[in-house]
Write a protein that binds this ligand. Structure first.
Ligand code: ZN
Length: 182
């Protein structure tokens, strides 16, 4: 018999968001532009890598010698290659077992296509989410910069006011003040 087997592997693809450059250029409506780390291929403390790691299931037909029936679940019979006296065993559901290799191959291809579709969908959501994070952080840091600039302007105004008050008191008063301090 033939069973649907998995030979999963990891693969790296070039990040489609930054095209492997690791950074993105953000252009604001006022024409200002700056570089930011790509959030799509960022992995924690490692930073943006320019590549995305994916896990591929890779279903393929494999020989199966049925030795026992191990159970029955959701309308499917479960078969195992393990000998009858084995206490630990793996099993295959009857919908993943075929007498004909071509039929098994067709099922594997169907599952591989489904796996690919699921991965694409997950990645699409990840990409949209990372763009949202990026937009949020640009908004956040721009807000911080604006606040700092406002504060700086306020302090500078206060400093000017101080100097003006001191000048108004005249040079004598200013010298006296200096003597008091020393
Ligand atoms: Zn990237």
């Amino acid at each position: 018999m033939w069973a649907v087997g998995t030979g999963g592997y990891e693969r790296h693809i070039t990040c489609p968001e930054c095209l492997g450059e690791k950074t993105l250029t953000v252009i604001q409506k006022n024409g200002e532009s700056f570089e930011v780390e790509c959030a799509c291929c960022r992995r924690g403390y490692e930073g943006s890598l320019g590549v995305i790691k994916q896990y591929v299931q890779d279903y393929r037909p494999e020989r199966f010698v049925c030795n026992r029936v191990t159970g029955f679940s959701r309308g499917l019979v479960q078969y195992s290659e393990a000998p009858l006296d084995a206490t630990c065993y793996s099993y295959k559901n009857s919908d993943n077992l075929f007498r004909d290799k071509t039929e098994c191959q067709a099922k594997c291809e169907e599952l591989n296509a489904e796996d690919e579709r699921r991965r694409e969908e997950q990645f699409y959501h990840h990409r949209i989410g990372s763009r949202r994070d990026l937009a949020w952080s640009v908004h956040y840091w721009n807000g911080k910069i604006r606040k700092c600039r406002e504060e700086l302007a306020r302090y500078e105004k206060r400093l000017v006011e101080c100097k003006e008050r001191r000048a108004a008191k005249g040079p004598v008063a200013a010298d006296k003040k200096a003597e008091e301090i020393t």
